[in-house]
Write a protein that binds this ligand. Structure first.
Ligand SMILES: Nc1ncnc2c1ncn2[C@@H]1O[C@H](COP(=O)(O)OP(=O)(O)O)[C@@H](O)[C@H]1O
Ligand SMILES: CC(=O)OP(=O)(O)O
Ligand SMILES: [Mg+2]
Length: 395
């Protein structure tokens, strides 16, 4: 069975075609800068050369078609026709309380995804376009939605509640949901296996463009940093993370802008980009800081400090921690960030093996010393494999 996984983000589409017989990746790739100038598809067929297509991608529909073309390309492809694909698994951000477990896509599922556009403005529209483009290009094939909320949905109610009038929870299901669930579930599960301790207390730091942190005991989530939407929590590439809600009112009044405009600013113009004024990309901001840009340095400091604070609070939430695992684009690849965060954690008995840490870029490795009271681990996330497994289960 060959499963195609589509992970449609706000401006990108990551994909993998996986042969589920042995979970081998036949091809994977990414379309970047969708909807902007300079769109590019980078296609990596296993055992063949990388294939780069620079072509305008005004929306995710165009990107999906380019991916299907690349997969079937005479020279760079890995299948003769789309008929070889059994099912398509999609990462879907938000379906409120209606859906959180993986489900076959139906008209009703699509309606719920559409109804939740305002809860996932950067992701849900792209997710739906991805699903509809696959339905159109491969009529009759099963599409499966795997929700980013699955892992965080079952946190204890005391962690899920906002302390606002209860009627909003009852009327609108205003609560904390948490996202990046597929990643947190995968990485915390792998961490538990690596530790060989079934009831391990694990903190996973998923630090990519979007960033979030979770606390889990024995692979079961007990708290997670994103909330009703993926805006809460850590400082991210373009998202603010936690802010005092009164900041919104103050800026709206003084700048004469609407709440919608303000939320757009918090989602797309804040975070690393907002503080540094340089870029939303960790590598660019880090370079600017090294070159002496003070705001870039402040952005870096704020970004890492927020992670360290959450680690402290999640250690308290679990009354201890056995392992802290770093994952996603930044977490897997930035030794300097891992070191600076661990520098805050001496009180927990965290001892980093600095030489090991320096040399780890995306391979599963314990980077703490044998004496460290808490294991610090780098473990690459694999949202696509986890989505493919859920998809295979359902078809
Ligand atoms: N080698 C690297 N070193 C440091 N940061 C990196 C590296 N590769 C990617 N990143 C950072 O990872 C982030 C993207 O992470 P990713 O998990 O792909 O995000 P998303 O899935 O949200 O698009 C960017 O900020 C990028 O700068
Ligand atoms: C939920 C979320 O922030 O996802 P991403 O990191 O893909 O933007
Ligand atoms: Mg991601």
């Amino acid at each position: 069975m060959k499963v195609l996984v589509m992970n449609c983000g706000s401006s990108s589409l990551k994909y993998q075609l996986i042969d589920m017989e042995n979970e081998s990746v036949l091809a994977k790739g990414i379309c970047e800068r969708i909807g902007a100038d300079g769109s590019v598809l980078t296609h990596k067929p296993t055992g063949k050369d990388k294939y780069v297509v620079e072509q305008a991608m005004p929306d995710h529909g165009v990107a999906v078609q380019l991916v299907l073309d690349a997969l079937q390309d005479k020279e760079h492809g890995v299948i003769e026709s789309a008929d070889e694909i059994t099912a398509i698994g999609h990462r879907v951000l938000h379906a409120g309380t209606i859906y959180s477990d993986a489900t076959l896509v139906t008209e009703d599922v699509k309606k719920v995804v559409r109804d939740c556009f305002d809860l996932g403005p950067l992701h849900n529209p792209a997710n739906l376009i991805g699903i509809e483009a696959c339905e159109k290009a491969m009529p009759g094939k099963p599409n499966v939605a795997v929700f980013d909320t699955a892992f965080g949905m079952n946190i204890p109610k005391k962690a899920a509640m906002y302390a606002i009038p209860y009627e909003y929870y009852e009327k609108y299901s205003i609560r904390r949901y948490g996202f990046h669930g597929t990643s947190h579930m995968f990485v915390s599960g792998e961490t538990v296996k690596l530790l060989g301790k079934e009831d391990a207390k694990v903190i996973v730091c998923h630090i990519g463009n979007g960033a979030s942190i979770s606390a889990s005991i024995g692979g079961k989530c007990v708290d997670t940093s994103m909330g009703l939407t993926p805006l809460e929590g850590l400082v991210m590439g373009t998202r603010s993370g936690d802010v005092d809600p009164a900041v919104l009112q103050f800026i709206c009044n003084h700048e004469d802008i609407s709440v919608d405009e303000m939320l757009n600013i918090l989602n797309k113009k804040s975070g690393l980009l907002g503080i540094s004024g340089v870029s939303s990309d960790f590598r660019d901001v880090r370079q600017a800081a090294v070159d002496g840009n003070e705001r870039a340095q402040l952005a870096m400091d704020t970004y890492k400090y927020r992670v360290a604070k959450y680690i402290g609070s999640y250690t308290a939430a679990m009354n201890g921690v056995d392992a802290i695992t770093f994952t996603a684009g930044v977490g897997e690849n930035a030794p300097d960030l891992r070191k600076d965060i661990c520098d805050y954690l001496g009180y927990l008995g965290v001892e980093l093996d600095e030489e090991k840490n320096e040399n780890v870029h995306g391979e599963t490795t314990v980077i703490s010393t044998p004496e460290s009271k808490v294991k610090v681990i780098v473990l690459p996330t694999n949202e696509e494999l986890a989505i493919a497994r859920e998809t295979a289960k359902l078809v």
